[in-house]
Design a protein around this ligand. Structure first.
Ligand SMILES: [Zn+2]
Length: 621
């Protein structure tokens, strides 16, 4: 008993030390809590003994513990879904800097020990102290290599204690060495298993955006080339299969060079590119697909179908892992597929850029590598109708620029026209039994909806655009039949000769460019596109689950939620109006009327306008 009383501090610190390294082995965030207790005990102990230098050191470790906890914890989201900081390799430049700091510290501490103390082992002592000082920083960043530090520290300390004839402590450090070696192996395995979060929810990704917002060096990871990934998405209302079709390459990368590893919107699906060696995310992209829309239709309950999908990504310099994820209306992962891409792969087909496709700038505000490149593609125009097509393109640009924020931010855009003739004039209108041979085989009656005009031939679409600077696609259909369609980060299509074309093209661009949702609704719509327990990812709708992440900051004080439509200032008064996203109940829109609700609206509502502005900034700043 007396032994216990005399040595309680020794015993406690030993047990805590063991708990600490075991939790570290498991990469558990609780290790920081145990660390804090150890350091506070250390502060008390050293202070009582009057060892002020050591006492000061403990303060440093305590601060690093708080920092480490914060770093590891940062990615946990508030819904309680654990998405802690992933284990990664320490980047090379940082490793060099880190080593330099260590050497300086080692020398400084050795000098202090030899000059001011009677230390018998100044070299070893200063070595372990300096290494521990920088090691805890590497641990706070969850770098795999931090284990080497502890292995070195523990080996030296073990030898030191044997040398000083303290066998109990020496064996303890021997044990630490063993745990540290296993810890290294375990972390290495964990690192390989880390992939895109299984339960991705909007807030995690938004959080990632903030954490990883630091500018990535495009040239460090990518060549000035485009990697085109062709996939087939197939299945029915319950199942989805993602298969790689073919990989292609073309010269020049015209997509965004900013915010490479972050997402502004979750979309209906995500693409994540990781450097194979370090596991670092180097590019992210989000999108929506016709396939997922089709999955919500009645047809999907009785037949399996497949859809083409094409994604353009910057061409990596080193082997990468690409993960394609499809999420459902609860923002939960429904389907996922990962594959490796080796940039040296001889089967990545080069797309020649000197083919016959004629294209020209309609408006050029700057280098296509810095601007957002929008391409107009002709569908159902005859060879002799080039002038008509060019005039139609200009009308659409005028329509876009009549709306804020496009008006004041038009210098961020380039517009390109691609006039490729179709065999026949017009497009297919199945409900009128009209079928046409056109460039993209597009048609109305998509999913049996008369006015839904789309093309399913995405590979053909991108084939004709290869080598042209383009990021966003506007397909103009040579028809006066009313309709259109727009899919986020895929394309939009509009009936160029319908008298509603101007508002429609702007509305659909809201979908395809900025990921805006439809703000209109039907009184008899029972299908729930937006479940009540999930905040939609689209910036202009809310279910009030996480309204703060939407336009709460744009509401005037005292505005009631939900807001009763006043009939005044219908385009500008920001509130929370019930009805939107095809549902009359449970979904709320930001204003009474908006370009995303009715064709008569001359403007986007303030919330949509801000969302577009953010998207423009995200792609160019
Ligand atoms: Zn709106």
């Amino acid at each position: 008993m007396e032994f216990l009383i005399n040595h309680w501090l020794d015993i406690t610190t030993t047990l805590l030390g063991l708990a600490y390294i075991l939790l570290e082995y498991k990469a558990s965030i609780w290790m920081w809590a145990v660390g804090a207790v150890m350091q506070i005990l250390g502060i008390v102990l050293y202070y009582q003994k009057g060892v002020y230098a050591d006492c000061g050191m403990e303060f440093y470790y305590l601060a690093m513990t708080a920092y480490g906890y914060w770093r590891w914890k940062t990615l946990s989201n508030k819904e309680g879904v654990k998405e802690e900081l992933p284990i990664t390799h320490i980047p090379m430049p940082l490793a060099l800097l880190w080593t330099a700091i260590f050497l300086v510290l080692w020398f400084a501490i050795w000098w202090l020990l030899t000059s001011f103390t009677d230390s018998t082992v100044p070299i070893a002592d200063s070595f372990t102290t300096a290494l521990s000082l920088v090691g805890i920083w590497a641990l706070a960043h969850k770098y795999l290599e931090q284990w080497f530090v502890w292995i070195a520290v523990d080996v030296v300390t073990c030898v030191l204690y044997f040398h000083k004839d303290i066998p109990f402590k020496a064996s303890l450090y021997g044990l630490y060495v063993v745990i540290a070696v296993f810890g290294y192996l375990r972390w290495q395995r964990m690192m390989k298993q880390t992939s895109i979060p299984k339960s991705a929810v909007l807030s995690i990704l938004l959080c990632l955006c903030c954490t990883y917002a630091q500018a990535q060096d495009f040239d460090k990871w990518f060549q000035d080339k485009t990697l085109r990934l062709d996939y087939t998405f197939s299945g029915d209302n319950r199942n989805q299969y993602i298969s790689l079709d073919e990989m292609k390459q073309s010269n020049g990368w015209f997509g965004r060079r900013t915010n490479l590893d972050s997402l502004l919107l979750l979309g209906g699906g995500q693409l994540c590119m990781k450097d194979s060696e370090t596991g670092q995310v180097i590019y992210r992209h989000s999108f929506s697909t016709l396939f997922q829309e089709w999955q919500t239709t009645e047809e999907a309950t009785r037949v399996q179908k497949s859809f083409e999908n094409v994604f353009l990504v910057p061409f990596p310099k080193r082997p990468v892992e690409i993960t394609i994820t499809l999420t459902d209306t609860h923002n939960k992962v429904k389907g996922e597929m990962m594959h490796r891409v080796d940039p040296q792969d001889i089967l990545i087909r080069p797309l020649s850029s000197d083919k016959s496709t004629k294209w020209e700038y309609l408006e050029k505000s700057g280098d296509s590598r810095e601007k957002i490149d929008v391409v107009f593609v002709a569908e159902g125009y005859l060879k002799r109708e080039k002038k008509v097509f060019m005039r139609d393109c200009r009308e659409c640009i005028e329509a876009l620029k009549a709306h804020e924020p496009f008006k004041s931010m038009s210098d961020r855009f380039n517009f390109v026209a691609v006039m490729l003739p179709s065999q026949e004039q017009g497009v297919s209108i199945p409900h009128k039994n009209i079928w046409k041979e056109t460039l993209l085989s597009s048609s109305f009656d998509t999913f049996y909806s008369n006015r839904y005009l789309t093309t399913l031939r995405l590979k053909k679409l991108h084939d004709v655009l290869a080598g042209i600077p383009y990021e966003h696609i506007i397909i103009l259909a040579n028809t006066d039949n009313y309709g259109g369609g727009g899919i986020y980060n895929s394309y939009l299509m509009s009936a160029a000769h319908n008298n509603q074309n101007k508002p429609v093209v702007v509305h659909e661009f809201g979908h395809s460019f900025a990921g805006l949702a439809d703000e209109y609704y039907y009184d008899d719509q029972y299908e729930t596109m937006y479940p009540a327990d999930t905040e939609p990812w689209e910036p202009n709708l809310t279910t009030l689950v996480d309204f703060k992440s939407k336009w709460a900051d744009m509401m005037d004080e005292g505005v009631q939620v939900p807001t009763t439509p006043s009939g005044n200032n219908v385009y500008t008064e920001v509130g929370v109006y019930e009805g939107g996203g095809y549902q009359s109940k449970g979904v709320y829109r930001p204003s009474q009327e908006c370009r995303m609700k009715v064709n008569q609206a001359p403007v986007f509502c303030p919330v949509c306008e801000r969302a577009i502005r953010r998207m423009i900034d995200y792609q160019t700043k």
